[in-house]
Design a protein around this ligand. Structure first.
Ligand code: 5GP
Ligand code: ZN
Length: 123
């Protein structure tokens, strides 16, 4: 199957791997949308949240606990966990993955937002 995440979890193509066990892998997103942007990816090819079966409950819990453990190891105090589901939900890679995004500095971010000029609504 021509699936990029199957190739990464199968070590056919490289990735910046942070953690791996029998059922999943954590690697850095190649185009990060945050200072820390990692992907928690099961080794089993599952297309998306929408195609989960009843026997995937433990795997899903394991993905979320792995995200929590990874965040703790990286010293993240806060983070976002995101599943994009389907094209309409922003999913581009049809192999289930959990995005973990974090590493922002909320004080710096607020200063940057406050300094941004709001666009005018001139007619
Ligand atoms: P989606 O939009 O499907 O939820 O997210 C897919 C994510 O995979 C994107 O954030 C994208 O940057 C990342 N990605 C796509 N191709 C690769 C790749 O070859 N290696 C890595 N490490 N990340 C990838
Ligand atoms: Zn796959």
């Amino acid at each position: 199957m021509d699936c990029i995440f199957c190739k990464i979890t199968g070590k056919e193509i490289p990735a910046d791997i942070l953690f791996e066990d029998d059922s999943l892998m954590v690697f850095k997103d190649i185009h990060p949308s945050a200072p820390v942007h990692d992907l928690i990816v099961p080794k089993e090819h599952i297309a998306s949240i929408a195609s989960l079966q009843g026997n995937h409950r433990d795997l899903l819990a394991h993905m979320i606990y792995t995200a929590k453990d990874t965040a703790e190891k990286l010293g993240l105090k806060g983070y976002k966990l995101v599943f994009n589901v389907g094209r309409e939900g922003g999913q581009v890679i049809d192999h289930l993955h959990l995005h973990m995004l974090g590493g922002w500095n909320p004080i710096k971010q607020k200063k940057e937002i406050d300094a941004m000029p709001h666009p005018r609504l001139d007619k």
